[in-house]
Design a protein around this ligand. Structure first.
Ligand code: SF4
Length: 455
């Protein structure tokens, strides 16, 4: 079967995005924090490279498509109360870390990190630098909502050492913006990119979403062409995750027609063609980067990594997440913090850690995580190197994976090689489907219902 439309019909299925393995729905409720503390102690017997993620959950208005953990408020005082707890959480955990650790990556995500006032951004930057040793060449990325950003916010970001701004744009057409409740004229985006570059923040990412109401292949090409004028270094173009059973606000978009899976597929093909012709390389899944960008180089060198922030160039770092709903990836364990703001405050005020779910990899998880992440990053799998790395015979070990893989080879998604297989150009559009062949948990019907569709 090589007709793309038949492939869409066959492979448009719910599947994880594999920013972790196992995917977060498989993390387990935490009875006590003992094993988590032990894991942190074990990982801190020697100095390591760290990546720090800070979650700022507040947004001033609700975008109806949103699938993030956020709190809608316009009260500025809410961020003051939050930062008090966030700083307290960081201080407590920092005491348990090796003093020789060095932070190589810092990411402010949300919600809306720029909900914080400029002075709060400065204070947060200072606090992090007072608690952790930050490398001089640390990558410091901040997710930005241009709609309420002032020039003083940009000055504050530059003063705190921000090196990369990720700008949420989603779509530039007014009818789409009305349908998703996010009005953001292009002039605001242009003005803000000017401020950022003038302030010395030259690395610019743009986030777009396809699959939103009223979008079509042609309308999205208009968005893409207009946004390219901003000359971003990277694009993250996400497939809209329709999960109204978890995010009821998405039902508010029901009055408008949504693009069909086939139309979405045409949009994906268009954006790959359009951006690759404009000098961007297609990285793994969802991401595009200029030819000389670190992501493109890491992709070519086989050193690309996948984690909760998408793709990263920093290998072998432990990720510590702070703030409500954040997830830490520490060696072979995952820790997730509570998703409710009041509960987060209660736990911090009671001098307790905010984690409520965790997962520690088994030997089998370790092998499968490595295999899935290499596939998601390298777009090929060298089974002989998996064998030598883990001391297994992958043909036997992943026995069940080979029937679906054979079918995908027949459908033109992968091509067998002497040492394993490579993902074809068509297969790249179904990368999540291919990865499911190695996922031991994928057949769990209860959890499968939590994921968005691949196309
Ligand atoms: S999309 Fe971003 S700005 Fe909009 S509600 Fe969600 S987190 Fe907030």
């Amino acid at each position: 079967m090589n007709n793309p439309l038949d492939l869409v019909t066959k492979y448009s299925r719910q599947a994880p995005r594999y920013t972790s393995y196992p995917p977060a729905p498989h993390f387990r409720e935490m009875e006590d924090h003992g094993p988590a503390i032990e894991l942190i102690e074990k990982r801190n017997t020697k100095p390591r490279s760290l990546s720090i993620y800070i979650h700022i959950p507040f947004c001033a208005s609700l975008c109806w498509y949103c699938g993030c953990t956020k709190v809608i408020t316009r009260r500025a005082g809410d961020s003051t109360s939050y930062l008090r707890r966030l700083f307290s959480e960081m201080e407590t955990l920092q005491r348990q870390l090796n003093p020789g650790n060095r932070v190589v990556q810092l990411h402010f995500g949300g919600g809306t990190p720029t909900f914080l006032s400029p002075d709060e951004l400065r204070e947060t930057g200072k606090k992090i630098r007072s608690l952790f040793r930050c490398e001089d060449d640390m990558e410091f990325a901040v997710e930005i909502d241009p709609r309420r950003l002032t020039q003083d916010h940009v000055a504050a970001l530059a003063e705190t050492g921000c090196t990369r701004a990720s700008i949420g744009i989603q779509d530039i057409r007014e009818d789409v913006q009305k349908a998703i409740n996010r009005i953001q004229p292009m002039e605001i985006n242009k003005r803000m990119v000017g401020w950022l570059r003038d302030a010395g923040i030259h690395k610019i990412n743009v986030d777009l979403i396809y699959g939103l109401p009223l979008q079509s292949r042609d309308s999205f090409e208009t968005t893409l062409d207009e946004v390219k004028v901003l000359d971003p270094d990277r694009f993250a173009i996400f497939n809209y995750a329709h999960i109204p059973w978890m995010m009821p606000s998405q039902k508010l978009m029901d009055r408008h027609p949504m693009p069909s899976p086939h139309e979405k597929f045409a949009m994906l093909e268009m954006m790959i063609d359009n951006l690759t012709r404009s000098g961007y390389a297609y990285i793994g899944m969802d991401h595009f980067a200029k030819t000389g960008d670190e992501l493109t180089i890491a992709r070519k060198n086989g050193t690309l990594q996948r984690n909760f922030q998408g793709y990263s160039t920093r290998a072998d770092t432990d990720i510590y997440g702070f703030g409500m709903s954040s997830i830490s990836q520490i060696g072979e364990g995952y820790l997730q913090s509570v998703k409710d703001l009041d509960e987060y405050y209660r736990r911090i005020d009671d001098a307790r850690h905010p984690w409520f779910r965790h997962y520690y990899l088994t030997d089998d998880d370790r092998i499968r995580r490595h295999t899935i992440m290499r596939l998601m990053c390298d777009l090929h799998l060298d089974l002989s190197s998996v064998d030598s790395h883990w001391g297994i015979d992958s043909r036997t070990y992943f026995g069940d994976a080979f029937a679906p893989l054979e079918e995908m080879a027949d459908d033109g998604l992968i091509q067998w090689t002497t040492s394993g297989f490579r993902v074809t150009d068509t297969g790249r559009l179904f990368l999540r489907n291919i990865a499911t062949a190695f996922d031991a948990y994928y057949s769990d019907p209860e959890k499968q219902g939590r994921y968005s569709k691949t196309v």
